[in-house]
Design a protein around this ligand. Structure first.
Ligand code: SF4
Length: 261
């Protein structure tokens, strides 16, 4: 059985196409901007079997022709055996699998090999490229996370990188350049999503009686997020070229990036 927070049956921002999104319960990190503090404690999850989840998927299977199943959270890799069973059965059914993870629980061993054998795409959330800043922002080291990024490159697993830009915390030119330099060392990154910090999760903290760590930090505008993305891309060596197609930009290597995410 797995501990599941919730399931979204019509996800459009968690991987390619329309997705059946499974939010796993439990996360070892404590990101200051986390929108889902209600996923932190594993014990708060509802117990579900892989078959129960896949039965729900099957009910609306025709929706997901262009998409598939995404595991997110919380941190799905904390429930490695359950996640691997879910993706193994999904692959047997011919379903595209996407893992949205912080990578914090990564260890190079047989279990990760088994999981990656049934994972089509990894969406890796890199919170901060600097070790000390990462600890300040999340309470945890980024050592395993960057090691996971390098491992995914080694096994040539397609990756989308996500990075949230927070005023005064991750919106720093030097860090963004360093971020781009790190991406330059990887050959498997298909897409970069730079997401502006917003405060929509603040109410959840109030409801849970947890002080909101970023109280008073302003939201970042889309324009500022675009500037941050340009800094990363300039040092990554993959600036965007605007095409005529609405909302779509294309990088120099021909990769398509959806600008509506
Ligand atoms: S890794 Fe994700 S779920 Fe965990 S604290 Fe950070 S933002 Fe929240």
């Amino acid at each position: 059985m797995g501990y599941i927070h919730s399931i979204e049956t019509f996800g459009t921002v968690d991987g390619p196409g329309v997705r059946f999104v499974v939010f796993f319960q439990g996360c070892p990190m404590r990101c200051q901007y986390c929108h889902n503090p209600d996923t932190w404690d594993m014990g708060d999850g509802k117990e579900k079997s892989v078959d129960e989840i896949l039965e729900m998927f099957e009910r609306n299977r025709s929706f997901y022709k262009t998409g598939g199943i995404t595991a997110t959270g919380g941190e799905p890799m904390m429930q490695m055996d359950f996640l691997t069973e879910l993706f193994t059965k999904a692959k047997e059914m011919g379903v595209h699998t996407c893992l949205d993870t912080s990578g914090f629980s990564f260890q190079e061993n047989e279990k990760i090999e088994k999981l990656m054998a049934v994972t089509d795409l990894v969406m890796l959330d890199i919170k901060h490229i600097g070790e000390d800043e990462h600890i300040d922002l999340t309470g945890c080291s980024n050592h395993n996370i960057l090691a996971f990024a390098r491992y995914l490159d080694k096994i040539k697993k397609p990756v989308w990188i996500r990075h949230v830009v927070v005023p005064g915390i991750t919106y720093q030119e030097e860090s963004l350049k360093k971020f781009g330099e790190f991406l330059k060392t990887l050959s498997n990154v298909e897409k970069l999503e730079v997401l502006p910090y917003h405060t929509l999760g603040e109410n959840k903290y109030d409801n849970l009686g947890i002080p909101y760590p970023l109280k008073g930090v302003p939201q970042l505008s889309k324009e500022e997020a675009a500037k941050a993305e340009n800094i990363i891309r300039a040092s990554w060596g993959k600036e965007l070229l605007i095409t005529e197609e609405k909302n779509i930009t294309q990088d120099k290597t021909g990769g398509i990036v959806c600008r509506t995410c």
